[in-house]
Design a protein around this ligand. Structure first.
Ligand code: TPP
Ligand code: MG
Length: 364
């Protein structure tokens, strides 16, 4: 019966700011290898992030969106998902993409404007990065619907930012997820900003997770800088998706410590003081303190990890820089199986232009 109801959105956090458990921890935290894997992935993601920004600043990469401060989200998505699940990522999910099989060089190719970086098909059924805000949500609902119809076992995980929750696509995806009982997990990276729009100008709701209520699906809010809380929410939501065909909306509350992208200067619209305060909540130090508390981590392990991360990132960068650039018509060829007649002449023009530029270059 649809009658009078009261609703509440649960909030989960297990580690305090110093990395001390506030509550009894979920059972899976007894898996110490998993705890270390979470930490290692977050550190690797940050190492990559610094390098990607350096490459952009030196003209070797296009516009790049940093994941600084939001490493727990992509890491926990990547580690919690199973191979048969499908990831529908947006542009701050490189940690998840790499944990699911992409190479760092491919992440760089994508942000370097090379179509081969978007060709996630070679690894899995995951979709490539989505930049048009919120369009990935209805696509993910479509993927989850197809998986249901075809009887596939897995769940679909889709991610978006806080700004995306104001778009119709977001609400439409949640709505069908409820009505059609889709095995869908929607993760909001609530980093408090949508470029220069702060959350309080984005929405008047007390949380973003409560948008699930209107769609009749579960909504939970977690401290997005507490990897234990993020992983646990993912784990529970994936279980419900796979076994009960139930969708969940997870709001991971975090903070974008960087500019929106390398094309942005956030100091024009937010205070240094706000950023400084949020550094105190960032996820990596908190998790390292937690591992220290469990006596699972020491200074030598930390040094070895930093060295390994640097090596891994450098290897990815070397592979990226060694790639011969693709022909410019790849931008059309990668998009269509058959080139539409309306683009034929543009494609020919691109090829002719590239050939004449090449000739001039060689003649010079
Ligand atoms: C449909 C569409 N409109 C506008 C843009 C330009 N744009 C890129 S990112 C962005 C803000 C997104 O903010 P949010 O959803 O909070 O994600 P965040 O970048 O903070 O992770 C905008 C407006 C776009 N990419 N797509
Ligand atoms: Mg945002």
């Amino acid at each position: 019966m649809r009658g009078r109801h009261r609703f509440a959105i649960p909030f989960f956090r297990y580690l305090d700011e110093e990395g001390r458990p506030e509550d009894s921890l979920p059972l899976w935290t007894r898996d110490h290898d998993l705890l270390k894997a979470i930490y290692e992935s977050m550190v690797l993601t940050r190492t990559f992030d610094q390098k990607a920004i350096a490459l952009q600043r030196t003209g070797q990469l296009g516009t790049y969106p940093s994941t600084l401060g939001q490493e727990a989200i992509g890491t926990c998505i990547g580690l919690a998902m199973a191979a048969e699940d499908v990831l529908v990522p947006y542009y701050r999910d490189s940690a998840a993409q790499v944990l699911r099989g992409m190479g760092w060089e491919e992440i760089l190719l994508y942000w370097g404007g090379d179509e081969r970086g978007g060709n996630a098909n070679i690894h899995s059924r995951d979709l490539p990065v989505c930049v048009p805000v919120a369009t990935q949500l209805s696509q993910a609902a479509g993927v989850a619907t197809a998986m249901t119809i075809k009887g596939h076992a897995g769940a679909t995980v889709v991610t978006c930012g806080d700004g995306a929750t104001s778009k119709g696509d977001f609400l439409e995806a949640l709505n069908v997820a409820g009505v059609w009982h889709l095995p869908l997990v929607v993760v909001i990276n609530n980093n408090q900003w949508a470029i220069s729009v702060p959350l309080d100008q984005q929405t008047a709701t007390a949380s973003l997770a409560q948008k699930a209520i209107a769609a009749g699906i579960d909504g939970v809010q977690v401290d997005g800088n507490d990897a234990i809380a993020v992983y646990d929410a993912l784990n529970n939501a994936l279980e419900k998706a796979r076994h009960n065909a139930q969708a969940t909306l997870i709001e991971a509350v975090t903070y974008r410590l960087s500019d929106h992208t390398t094309a942005d200067d956030a100091s024009r619209y937010r205070s240094q003081d706000e950023v400084r305060k949020n550094w105190q909540h960032e996820p990596i130090l908190r998790f390292r303190n937690f591992l220290h508390g469990l006596e699972l981590w020491d200074v030598e392990q930390e040094q070895a990890l930093l060295q390994n991360c640097q090596k891994t990132v450098d290897a990815g960068v070397d592979k990226y820089l060694a790639q011969k650039p693709e022909a410019p018509e790849a931008m059309i060829d990668y998009l269509y199986e058959f080139v539409p007649a309306s683009l034929e002449s543009q494609r020919e023009a691109i090829i002719a232009k590239a050939a004449s530029l090449n000739k001039n270059h060689q003649g010079a």
